[in-house]
Design a binder for this molecule. Structure first.
Ligand code: PGA
Length: 257
């Protein structure tokens, strides 16, 4: 992390877990554990059906609510989809875009991810843009090439002013939900490369202001080590964000650096 130039952001990604009632119960428990001092930004990305409950439950706290997906069109005949304006109107602040589960299970291409990034930015929200390689790609030695491609494609047409509002999450697919996190060195190598890629596109001043997270089996036990690296500015957390105490353990780890 480097708090001087950019935000440290700890973001939970609940995926398709918790009802609205369970969301309220989580919020009560989590708010009671929140430390008084603010050493990082906290986001909880909930399922669409829980957004209203989450916004209400976290009102008057420093926890921002995020969404896990969005559709890129503004409105119209797109049965089942939710627009960025709808999310903004509900009080959402962040939207995860291009998560590997959406890429793999719902056919999201780099081009769709790019359209969604624009939709999120145009609604004055902050995209959390996910990039990451599969185990096969890592073993083939094409990780950096793939990350550069995903990142450049996601940011295509995004202005320098807008990119300051983007969060990049490096999520190696082989580390997601597997309990096997990337080592600090592996994660830092790619996060540093992500910042270098942003630098090549937008210049040094902007690159140093962008938050780059690591995601993939992050938990209380490994968070401090991961976050001790200069270019890892937070985490996108799945499994460990489902319980108030395990998410809070990561927030405390962020304070050790
Ligand atoms: P995990 O998920 O922490 O359960 O590995 C991370 C993610 O998918 O964002």
């Amino acid at each position: 992390m480097n708090r001087r130039y950019r935000k440290t952001i700890i973001a939970g990604n609940w995926k398709m877990n918790k009802t609205a009632s369970e969301t309220r119960a989580f919020a009560d428990e989590f708010k009671a554990l929140l430390p008084k001092s603010k050493w990082c930004d906290i986001v909880v990305c909930v399922p669409s059906a829980d957004i209203s409950a989450a916004v209400r439950a976290f009102k008057d706290s420093r926890v921002a609510v995020g969404a896990q997906n969005v559709y890129f069109e503004k409105s119209g005949a797109y049965t089942g989809e939710v627009s960025a304006d709808m999310l903004a109107d509900l009080g959402v602040k962040y939207v995860i875009v291009g998560h590997s589960e959406r890429r793999a299970l719902f056919g999201e291409t780099d081009s769709i991810v790019n359209k969604k990034v624009h939709a999120v930015l145009n609604a004055d929200l902050n995209p959390i843009i996910c990039v990451g390689e599969s185990l096969e790609q890592r073993e083939m030695g094409v990780t950096m090439e793939l990350i550069a491609l995903q990142l450049k494609s996601a940011l295509s047409g995004v202005s320098a002013e807008q990119v300051r509002r983007c969060v990049i999450a490096y999520e190696p697919i082989w580390a997601i939900g597997t309990g096997k996190n990337a080592t600090g060195e592996q994660a830092a190598e790619v996060c540093t490369f992500i910042r270098a890629t942003i630098r090549s596109l937008y210049g040094a001043r902007i690159a140093r202001s962008v938050t780059v997270q690591y995601g993939g089996s992050m938990k209380g036990e490994n968070a401090a080590e991961l976050l001790s690296h200069e270019d890892i500015d937070g985490g996108l957390i799945g499994g460990a964000s489902l319980k108030a105490d395990t998410l809070m353990a990561i927030i405390h780890a962020a304070n050790q650096n």
